[in-house]
Design a protein around this ligand. Structure first.
Ligand SMILES: *Cc1c(COP(=O)(O)O)cnc(C)c1O
Length: 377
């Protein structure tokens, strides 16, 4: 049943983190060893913050040691309390960040095209306790930012974007990160841009940046002054130096990802029961992920059958996002888990295929052929 010529010799995973040449990174490490400045807003931290703001075309960047602490801190920065409307179709950290702030997550269903929080369903979930909306630009595809802002303005809510997937994405020529009150990035090893681990909050004014910088460093505002009960979420010099170096390679990596995504689209377009996302016209996408959706009836096999079938050929894909956050034990008894029909369907259909800059197109071809011949079984 399995066609031996398509079996990959090595296991191919969803992603393989990009790293620059070690010789280039060594120059930065030499400087760290010389200066003994390892953390606490050091030289590379400040250089990377500035370079990143310029690169992303946003006014202010606040670096963090990971994306989850950036999320948790962002909610503290704006003093979010009570209930927050969010999407169940994301990585668990989105909802966990609310829980860590003693905030009740209120799940709202997603749109059936891009799998982002559906603005048309947000208003009916707003209660007197609601203080903010926390949507996710899933797979790097922009949420309906104008509609969400209008709702936030009408009801006096804060709008914080989990933009962990959205590094380098632009919409109508602007950075996607310029929308909402705050946006959060992740530079985890699995993301399009990595610093081993890392993250950032994007904000739009100097006063907010100042408060974020206090909060991420225990609340210190000076040698002897603590102005808030802060946390330790600073990015260290090792991460920041790597980030500076990684910036040089991002555009090229983005182009390589685009070639892979286009090859998937070309090869998968005529397979009944397999669908994928098309980039919107006004968006430059980062191709962080390549999700496909399996309609079991049309395809003749379920999503899990296809996932396991690909595994037999050493192609180890991921079911992002399955299970839904709202189906995990810690959240499943919340009342708002009841009305998430689209999210449950998408979560049962999705497989993310391998995509990373140095993925050989032979593998892309093989994966598509395996899927095609499995359909014809
Ligand atoms: C990766 C991710 C996070 C968490 O980021 P870390 O840097 O791993 O802490 C948060 N939200 C989403 C949607 C993510 O994919």
């Amino acid at each position: 049943m399995s066609d031996a010529k398509f079996i990959s010799e090595e296991k191919i995973y969803l992603t393989k983190p990009f790293l620059p040449p070690l010789s280039e990174f060594n120059q930065y490490l030499n400087e760290v060893w010389r200066s003994r400045c390892l953390t606490n807003q050091g030289k590379y931290h400040n250089e990377f913050e500035e370079a990143l703001a310029k690169f992303l075309k946003v006014p202010y960047v606040c670096l963090f040691t990971n994306g989850t602490l950036a999320l948790i801190t962002a909610l503290q920065v704006l003093r979010i309390t009570g209930e927050v409307i969010t999407t169940p179709y994301s990585f668990v950290a989105t909802t966990h960040s609310l829980w860590w702030n003693n905030i009740k997550p209120v799940f709202v269903d997603i749109d059936p095209v891009y799998c982002n929080l559906n603005p048309d369903k947000v208003e009916s979930a707003i209660t007197p306790q609601t203080t903010a909306i926390l949507p996710v630009h899933v797979y790097g595809n922009p949420c309906q930012v104008d509609k969400l802002q209008e709702i936030a303005d009408t009801y006096g809510l804060r709008l914080i974007y989990d933009a962990a997937h959205a590094f380098g994405v632009t919409i109508n020529g602007h950075s996607l990160l310029s929308y909402g009150d705050l946006s959060i990035l992740s530079f985890h090893a699995t993301k399009v841009f990595n610093t081993f681990e890392g993250g950032a909050i994007i904000c739009h004014d100097a006063r907010t940046k100042k408060r974020i910088d206090y909060l991420k460093n225990f609340g210190f505002a000076g040698e002897t002054s603590v102005v808030a009960p802060g946390i330790n979420a600073k990015m260290n010099e090792f991460q920041a130096a790597l980030g500076l170096l990684q910036l040089k390679y991002f555009e090229n990596n983005k182009n390589l990802r685009l070639i892979i995504a286009e090859s998937y689209r070309e090869n998968l377009k005529a397979i009944p029961g397999i669908s994928f996302l098309e980039p919107a016209k006004n968006v430059t996408w980062n191709n962080a992920y390549f999700p496909i959706f399996v309609d079991a009836e049309q395809f003749g096999h379920t999503r899990d059958e296809l996932y396991n079938h690909l595994k037999m050929y050493n192609y180890i894909c991921r079911r992002y996002f399955y299970p839904l956050i709202s189906n995990f034990n810690c959240y499943k008894d919340l009342q708002s888990t009841q009305n998430l029909q689209i999210a449950n369907i998408k979560s049962s259909q999705v497989i993310c295929l391998p995509i990373y800059p140095d993925l050989n197109l032979i593998h892309v071809n093989n994966i598509c052929k395996i899927i095609k011949s499995y359909k014809e079984d």
